[in-house]
Ligand binder design. Structure first.
Ligand code: PMP
Length: 407
């Protein structure tokens, strides 16, 4: 596993030292949210202890240093995802808000009655519902890329979905329910041959692999800070400058204006046009520390380690009698979903919790995926860079115990 030092990494995450139900915590719910390293926790405390002040307003010292720190995050994100301009990085509350901004500010003006939006069968609810709301309002139509039995999207069917009415494509980079990595570049290129812009939900990709918006030539990209070792309440919307410029603002309020009179208001420039009101300043500032943490370890090293751990966990889980994997795509990242026929996932989750092991059970905000596989939900094991083979072994022992009790 190269120079990746797992002992040092685990030292950085204080929560990994705690116990749950008298057992050492084994945290395998990283798809829901990741734990935070002390570098991020310390930065949160330092912000409130030392710097707390509103941003983009005051001439006074504290306001200037907090504004500078907030803007450092924007530049960190810019280089992290290789955006051409820093004003193409909009700081939002998270993936959900980022997608809603596009549904509202791109959807309302540029997608009309009878127009079509393509999403995929494996989307998180946050990449389904905003489009349905737009369809209800505007009379546009959702087209859904079908998914094969192994949890891969059907790319030939995707090609066939395009028509002259297709106005936008939006799909996930990595499935939070199945772990499938979609062929994002190929799918973006297909959309671009039809001159249709693409939004990528990178909520489950950004913390596991290199995401380069220029190499992908993606039009919009969304992700959340809390799933990449950063604080909750902050996320990113990347958009190409020319698209963001032609979109109207999202919300009205402070910061997003140039001049307000009762007769007429003029709007601020990018990125502030989309950042009305006081942002989550602490989270915004501390996202930079999370990115710095990832960069210090190295995205490639993280990917190599997690891929090896994913392969190990998959092999070990496959040895357990009765386990059926949901999602067996060739290219996967960090997520294993499974069911045991005859046993409800929830019951497995409750017993594992008693053993200090945190997994997610249920539909993972992807009910259409569960419907396709005709199951109520899965047990989801989702990995982060601080997980270990020993933890996988603890999970396997716990599962064997749980299944022994439940069968
Ligand atoms: N998309 C995907 C693929 C996700 O996994 C999640 C979070 N589970 C979201 C969107 C929504 O992210 P958030 O709740 O942080 O806005």
């Amino acid at each position: 596993m190269g120079t990746f030092n797992i002992a040092n990494i685990r030292e950085d995450f204080p929560i990994l030292k705690r116990t749950v139900n008298g057992k050492p915590l084994v945290y395998f719910d990283n798809g829901a949210t990741t734990q935070k390293p002390k570098q991020v926790i310390d930065a949160i405390v330092a912000y409130y202890a030392d710097m707390n002040s509103n941003v983009h307003r005051g001439v006074h010292y504290l306001s200037q240093i907090s504004t500078d720190a907030f803007e450092i995050t924007r530049r960190k994100v810019q280089t992290f995802i290789n955006a051409r301009h820093e004003h193409e990085v909009i700081i939002t509350k998270g993936t959900t808000e980022s997608i809603n901004i596009i549904a509202t500010c791109y959807g309302r003006p540029f997608i009309g009655e009878g127009d079509e939006i393509i999403i995929s069968a494996m989307e998180h609810h946050s990449n389904i519902v905003p489009w349905q709301m737009l369809c209800d309002e505007k009379g546009c139509v959702l087209r859904v890329i079908p998914m094969k039995e192994n949890g891969e999207l059907d790319i030939e069917a995707y090609r066939a979905l395009f028509s002259e009415r297709t106005k936008l494509v939006s799909f996930t980079y990595v499935s939070n329910a199945l772990g499938t990595i979609n062929p994002v570049k190929e799918m973006i290129d297909i959309a671009h041959t039809h001159e249709v812009p693409v939004l990528i939900d990178a909520a489950q990709a950004i913390q596991h692999m290199k995401v380069d918006v220029q190499a992908l030539d993606v039009d919009f990209l969304a992700f959340s800070g809390h799933k990449m070792y950063g604080p909750t309440g902050v996320g990113v919307l990347y958009g190409k400058e020319e698209l963001l410029n032609k979109m109207p603002p999202y919300q009205g309020g402070g910061d997003m204006i140039k001049e307000v009179t009762f007769a007429k208001t003029t709007y601020n420039e990018l990125p502030f046009k989309f950042e009305a009101g006081t942002p989550n300043i602490e989270a915004g500032i501390c996202l930079a520390h999370a990115i710095e943490y990832i960069e210090t370890i190295g995205v490639e090293a993280i990917k190599a380690y997690e891929d090896e751990l994913l392969a190990y966990a998959t092999t070990q889980l496959a040895k357990i009698d009765g386990i059926r994997f949901i999602g067996t795509a060739e290219h996967k990242s960090s997520v294993i979903s499974f069911v045991v026929d005859g046993i409800h996932p929830y019951d497995i989750g409750v017993i594992l919790d008693k053993l200090g092991i945190a997994v997610r059970t249920g539909h993972h905000c992807a009910q259409p995926v569960m419907e396709q596989f005709a199951i109520p939900g899965t047990v989801r094991v989702s990995l982060a860079m601080y997980n270990t083979k020993e933890e996988v072994d603890t999970l396997i022992a716990g599962l064997e115990r749980a299944l022994g009790m439940l069968k």
